[in-house]
Ligand binder design. Structure first.
Ligand code: 5AD
Ligand code: SF4
Length: 459
């Protein structure tokens, strides 16, 4: 059997896309491998969001080129190198020029054509020694209609893309250019995909979209449905114990969605709600469409609807023009909200975005200093959040074996990694939701034991 290795960079949407690519290639006789050295085809599913992620692709291509040369010298099998995802979309032909070792370049909207592209590239390699296949269209057809039904590989948690693209045009961000305009999938297709996943043993679904709460898909009744409506419908499917969604924009948290957090047990009490900055000046320069007070009010309203709701966020430090006072406002906001977790990044100037052209770019050392301060604040906040869980009972979805005998690793409702001492029955509990008691906390995880009433499990 032929083998395909897919390396995923960046966000969960790419993780989902990589899974779909593997499924599209299975009928062509390709089995997935974790080992690039054993593969006939390697696909890099790339991320363009920051320069570092984008540049890493080129060093990985260099390594693959060497691997191919070594194999050739040793008389081994050939290797087809494909690059997909957002760097491929952004650079297109330029990538083939800059990295001649690449045979195949395709964007996030055309990977349903991957089997045909790979066939074409293989033929070209055989005849010309090198392929130059490129497809970075935004096709009219819906790629999801041309992909095999979603499958999982025994995992009890799955991603489901419901929306792609973004019309917000934050001034730092490439997404509106690489992923294109906002498009929502029709509810009926999402429901069918969810039902299939649940039929395969999935108990937790994370709905994905670059701007997931801007969802406005065609509903089953012919009306346009917002995210809350879709979530209420999905929550009614028997067997779906947990629902999450990511990533949200503060401007799209409407009343119905806030209310849903208070009403639906299966909607997990954890929300990734990026704020980027705590300074009004910077938020405005970022074109975020809200100020810090709007964000604080929103968090308050959400907490009123669901008092135990935990928050996570994304932050950018060193956006052009960010002063000490602006950064202090970001630190203060982070401290005040008390995030359960958060991601923070140094601003990275991206070609073609308005912020890249702004004057007063912040020096690299200043960015590094601010990032360290913010990350220390976030780490402290995360640890406090974990410590506050000690003594609490909660339902943990047990996902995989831990490091020691009888230990399992799972996720709490608040997305904490939970190490659960499950005893001799551990293996039988994978994929189940168990009632546990949190007994201790670390900076990045909590430790738990099965609840006193023994192995009472749901799902
Ligand atoms: N520089 C740094 N971080 C960025 N992000 C998006 N674009 C940039 C950029 N140019 C961050 C934002 C976003 C997350 C996915 O990546 O915080 O929420
Ligand atoms: Fe990028 Fe802003 Fe759209 Fe998020 S909302 S994808 S940060 S442009």
């Amino acid at each position: 059997m032929k083998k395909i290795h897919i390396k995923t960079y960046g966000c969960q949407m790419n993780v989902y896309d990589s899974e779909r690519m593997a499924e599209a290639m299975a009928p062509e006789g390709y089995a997935q491998t974790d080992d690039a050295a054993a593969a006939d085809v390697v696909i890099l599913n790339t991320c363009h969001i920051r320069e570092k992620a984008a540049e890493k692709v080129y060093s990985d291509i260099g390594r693959l080129r060497e691997l191919r040369q070594e194999r050739r010298l040793a008389g081994g099998k050939d290797l087809l190198i494909g690059v997909g995802g957002c760097v491929a979309q952004a650079e297109g032909k330029e990538m083939l020029r800059r990295a001649p070792a690449v045979d195949l370049v395709f964007g996030p909207q055309t990977y349903h054509r991957l089997p045909a592209m790979v066939r074409a590239a293989l033929t070209e390699r055989q005849t010309a020694g090198q392929a130059r296949v490129i497809d970075t269209d935004f096709p009219a057809e819906d790629k999801f209609d041309h992909l095999p039904a979603a499958r999982t590989h025994g995992a009890a948690a799955a991603f489901l893309t419901i929306q792609e693209g973004c019309d917000k045009f934050c001034t730092f961000c490439v997404v509106p250019y690489t992923r294109g305009a906002e498009v929502s999938r029709p509810a009926a297709k999402i429901i069918a995909e969810a039902e299939r996943l649940i039929g395969q043993g999935v108990v937790e679904i994370t709905l994905l979209g670059q701007n997931v709460n801007a969802y406005h898909g065609l509903g089953e009744d012919g009306a346009s449905w917002g995210l809350a409506r879709l979530i209420r419908r999905l929550a009614a499917i028997p067997g779906l114990a947990r629902l999450r969604y990511t990533t949200s924009h503060p401007r799209d948290m409407d009343d119905d969605l806030i209310a849903a957090h208070g009403e639906l047990d299966s909607l997990m009490p954890y929300l990734h709600l990026p704020v980027q900055s705590g300074s009004d000046r910077i938020l405005s320069a970022m074109n975020r469409g809200h100020d810090a007070a709007d964000y604080r009010r929103l968090v308050e309203r959400l907490r009123r609807a669901r008092p135990d709701l935990a928050f996570s966020s994304d932050f950018i430090v060193g956006f052009p023009g960010e002063s000490e006072a602006d950064f202090a406002a970001t630190l203060a906001l982070a401290r005040e909200i008390g995030y359960a977790q958060a991601y923070s990044f140094k601003y990275s100037a991206r070609p073609g975005t308005p912020a890249a052209e702004m004057e007063s770019q912040v020096a690299e050392e200043v960015k590094a200093e601010r990032l360290a301060l913010l990350q220390a604040e976030i780490a402290a906040s995360q640890w406090r959040f974990n410590q506050a869980s000690v003594g609490r009972r909660m339902a943990v979805l047990l996902e995989r074996p831990g490091r020691t005998e009888g230990q399992l690793v799972g996720r709490s409702p608040y997305m904490q990694a939970a190490h659960v001492d499950a005893g001799p029955a551990a293996a039988d509990l994978i994929g189940r939701i168990a009632d546990v008691e949190i007994i201790s906390a670390g900076p990045h995880s909590v430790a738990a034991r099965l609840g006193d009433d023994g192995r009472r499990t749901a799902a």
